[in-house]
Design a protein around this ligand. Structure first.
Ligand code: AKG
Ligand code: FE2
Length: 323
């Protein structure tokens, strides 16, 4: 059991407008109160998720040198494999006890934006596993569609044009990530977090977690509550860009992962983030004279790059050299 809301989004796939409005109302309430909720009735099949889990085990189960063939710290546009200790989500804690695979919107090496050296643009770097690239590219598109379906409901709640986010999520900088959390089993790792306390950077995150458990969410009283695995659901949470866009009407809530003892944990977040040039500035219905905009407008790519630099030691060093 959990106290986080569980929302059935199946009506968003029907034409009945009242159904859309009711789901929008529930999403709005969950985003204001928690910034976190579960969804069921979505479009991603159990078969797909099982297939992805199988590939995740195969990929992370390989020897380090195979995985490091696509080392993310050697990627200018942030794609590939991140070994344990690449990331430090909470600067006051040791590095996160996890390894990752990151992919994004694929742009070939000869695409004008890639040739122009635009940040975060470039080809995906897939491991050399049969069927992997096709599965991941298909899943990325399907997760993008799911995010757009949810964001369309959000427009109803916020009273903005229905295609507001569709227009801005063209050629997005969304990231699909696979994560493996090794068990906290040795004395040296007993207090190490799988993922330190953090908020997500993007608009909205859709997370599939396996049955191991360990995700925790901070409530308004600052207490950590469990967000346990619920079969067939995604955990959805608001990220900082959406908090900025909505002038904090929607909360970007701190969360963390306590790796289970003795078992591996696998999770797959999709971080939905718009086109890099999108200006994130306070939405029309989200400010009044008594509640003026709290955040200066910023482009999605500038915002994301500044947050990456805080999280990845290797990118901090790069920025210092470049700057
Ligand atoms: O693995 C999880 O359950 C959560 C991961 C997470 O919060 C993140 O990668 O931002
Ligand atoms: Fe997160």
């Amino acid at each position: 059991m959990t106290t986080l809301p569980l929302i059935d989004i199946a009506p968003l796939y029907q034409t009945d407008e009242a159904g859309h409005l009711e789901v929008a109302r529930q999403i709005d309430a969950a985003c204001r109160e928690w910034g976190f909720f579960y969804i069921q009735g979505h479009s991603i099949s159990a078969e797909r998720l099982a297939q992805l889990s199988d590939y995740a085990r195969r990929f992370f189960g390989q020897p380090a040198e195979r995985k490091l063939a696509i080392d993310i710290t050697r990627s200018a546009h942030h794609r590939g494999y991140g070994a344990v200790a690449t990331e430090q989500l909470d600067p006051n804690e040791p590095c996160d006890l996890k390894e990752t695979f990151d992919m994004g919107f694929h742009m070939s090496a000869d695409h004008p934006q890639v040739l122009a050296g635009q940040p975060l643009r470039g080809p995906n770097r897939h491991p050399d596993l049969d069927g992997w690239a096709e599965l991941m590219e298909t899943h990325y598109r399907d997760m993008h569609e799911l995010a757009c379906t949810l964001l369309r409901a959000v427009t109803l709640a916020l009273g903005i044009e229905r295609d507001f986010f569709d227009k801005r999520f063209v050629e997005p900088i969304s990231v699909f990530r696979m994560i493996h959390y090794p068990p906290r089993s040795t004395a040296s790792s007993i207090d190490q977090k799988g993922a330190g306390a953090h908020t997500d950077y993007g608009c909205v995150t859709l997370l599939h977690q396996d049955a191991a458990g360990g995700l925790q969410v901070q409530n308004v009283r600052g207490e950590w509550i469990d967000a346990p695995p619920l079969e067939g659901t995604f955990v959805v949470n608001i990220g900082d860009m959406m908090a900025r866009w909505s002038n904090d009407r929607y909360k970007s809530t701190p969360h963390r992962v306590i790796s289970p003892l003795g078992v591996d944990r696998y999770s797959m977040p999709f971080f939905a983030e718009p086109h890099p040039d999108t200006l994130i500035s306070c939405l029309p219905g989200c400010h009044t004279p008594d509640n003026p905009p709290k955040y200066a407008p910023v482009t999605a790519s500038d915002y994301l790059l500044s947050r990456f630099a805080d999280t990845y030691a290797y990118r901090r060093a790069e920025q210092a050299t470049a700057g």
